[in-house]
Write a protein that binds this ligand. Structure first.
Ligand code: ATP
Length: 508
């Protein structure tokens, strides 16, 4: 575990050092859980968006896009259930003035007890050596059994209390367990209150409640409220989908995991409208399509797993998460939900407008059912850079950090490097740069020794380096170096573009 925490820290500092991700407002000491993407980060992010958009909109004739506004009519969030139910239970420590998610405090307490069990195991392993039988130890050791029972008891209280919104019992549980504030060490807690995760602001000049609007907490509702517009103007036939990439905002209480949990983030969502009764078929279909997409990022299958939900949200009749093994463990990266007709029905009710589809094949009108795929762009970014980050020791004993990002997604596709800053090599390199830049984002670099320039490109994941040397002036050839193998090949200048494009395609 400690190693993975180290890895996570290294990835965060590498992201900063090489212009991928910065803390927002850093020169003002930062704004918690908000991040800016730097010069390479924005390129990687755009490439991910493009890859997703193509897979959803371009390759599927029955999926179209939309770009809806962040500000929406406030009643939409009443209809969607967000005003009443998009809450986390929170508790404040009166001494430190720190705020916590009450359920997370209890989960952390459980994790501590689990830690004790783990300690017992480690101790026993040492004591018994080769003959140690872990399964038997876990099922018979009295201290382990007592701790397991404690955990079970806590879960049996916490989960029903969460389900029944029993805030008093959650507080009582925190007191009974003697949970202390990690900052002040005190047990001086406020009551548990529900905390709505939506950010609100005022529209117009008045500041009374009637003007209160929200920053959208998900992009999905912008799709639902445009369902009729798009179905009609696009003459869409069920089954069809609407895709959207855009910002979402949540006032997360626990937000201390870099870009995994942010207060302002981006989602890539697609709502697929289907005939009622056919939703399970499409739910299975989209689960399969979406995991295929993740694997197309060049990340192996072992890094992903599905987690089917037992406990369903109020709008769903089936739900699964695709989880990715981040350095902080397996965590949700995408949700696939069968949302029934919950949202369209609600908008029908609140607007008094008919939101129905006449299905000529069965000669019937109905409110379509929806299967949604909801992916976090920032979490996808984090997955890609976490997998790509590689430290290598080279044959000559030196070390390099290389970002093994799928070439098609890499921020910079090729670096153009004159071997020395004289003898006409920079001029020749500029000529190459001037035609390559119309096809790919390239970078020209003539500063420092060639080895250092290669390292800089490795650190940002540039798949190809083109080096111009004295031979180039004689026979119009250059060397092209591949990032991962560091293999070099001599090729004709006129072939550079074709070779790069073939290599980018072959890995897609
Ligand atoms: P979690 O349980 O981790 O809070 P969620 O179940 O609330 O996530 P959804 O509402 O299903 O998430 O949102 C869909 C996707 O949006 C998630 O799978 C995740 O990738 C992304 N996402 C949600 N909240 C955040 C956040 N605060 N920061 C970054 N990405 C997020």
């Amino acid at each position: 575990m400690a190693n993975n925490e180290d890895l996570f820290k290294k990835i965060i500092s590498h992201s900063k050092e090489y212009g991928f991700v910065f803390q927002s407002s850093e020169i003002y000491d930062g704004l918690a859980a908000v991040y800016d993407y730097g010069q390479y980060g924005v390129e990687l992010k755009n490439n991910i968006k493009d890859h997703w958009w193509k897979a959803m909109v371009q390759y599927n004739e029955n999926i179209v896009g939309v770009d809806s506004a962040i500000f929406m009519h406030p009643t939409i969030w009443k209809a969607s259930g967000h005003v009443d139910a998009f809450n986390d239970p929170m508790i404040d420590n009166k001494d430190s003035k720190k705020r916590y998610r009450a359920d997370v405090l209890i989960e952390d307490h459980i994790a501590k007890i689990e830690g004790k069990i783990q300690k017992e195991v480690t101790k026993a392993k040492k004591r018994f050596g080769e003959t140690f039988d872990e399964a038997q130890f876990l099922s018979t050791n009295p201290r382990v059994l007592a701790n397991k029972k404690k955990i079970e008891g806590i879960k049996n209280r916490l989960y029903p209390a969460m389900d029944n919104n029993d805030l008093e019992d959650i507080k009582l549980l925190i007191e009974e367990l003697g949970v202390v504030c990690p900052f002040s060490g005190s047990k001086n807690w406020t009551d548990v209150r529900q905390f709505n995760l939506m950010f609100s602001t005022q529209m117009g000049s008045l500041s009374d409640d009637s003007d209160q609007i929200y920053l959208r907490p998900e992009t999905a509702q912008g799709i639902f409220v445009n369902y009729l517009n798009i179905q009609k103007t696009g003459r869409m036939k069920i089954p069809f989908g609407i895709a959207q990439i855009g910002k979402a905002f949540r006032n997360e209480i626990v937000a201390r995991q870099f870009i995994f949990r942010m207060r302002e983030f981006e989602q890539m969502e697609m709502q697929f409208f289907v005939r009622p009764g056919e939703e399970m078929k499409w739910y299975e279909y989209w689960k399969e399509q979406r995991i295929k997409w993740h694997l197309s990022l060049g990340i192996p299958e072992s890094k992903y797993r599905f987690h089917e939900h037992d406990k369903l949200a109020h709008y769903a009749n089936a739900a699964a998460d695709i989880e990715f093994e981040f350095p902080i463990g397996f965590k949700e990266i995408e949700g696939i939900h069968s949302r029934t007709d919950f949202d369209l029905e609600a908008h029908q009710k609140y607007t008094g407008r008919k939101i129905q589809y006449f299905d000529p094949e069965i000669n019937k009108s109905y409110v379509p059912y929806v299967v949604e795929t909801s992916l976090g762009l920032d979490r996808t970014f984090l997955a890609i850079i976490s997998y790509a980050y590689t430290e290598e020791r080279l044959e000559d004993g030196s070390e390099r950090v290389v970002m093994k990002i799928l070439p098609a997604l890499a921020p910079i596709k090729a670096a153009v490097l004159p071997l020395v800053k004289k003898d006409g090599l920079p001029e020749k390199a500029r000529e190459i740069m001037d035609f390559l830049k119309f096809d790919y984002l390239c970078q020209y670099d003539e500063k420092d020794a060639i080895g250092r320039r290669y390292r800089r490109q490795d650190a940002i994941g540039t798949p190809y380096c083109i080096t111009i040397d004295h031979q180039t002036l004689e026979d119009n050839t250059v060397t092209i170096r591949e990032r991962d193998s560091m293999g070099q090949e001599r090729i004709a200048i006129e072939n550079i573009s074709g070779i790069i494009s073939k290599k980018l395609r072959s890995v897609k």
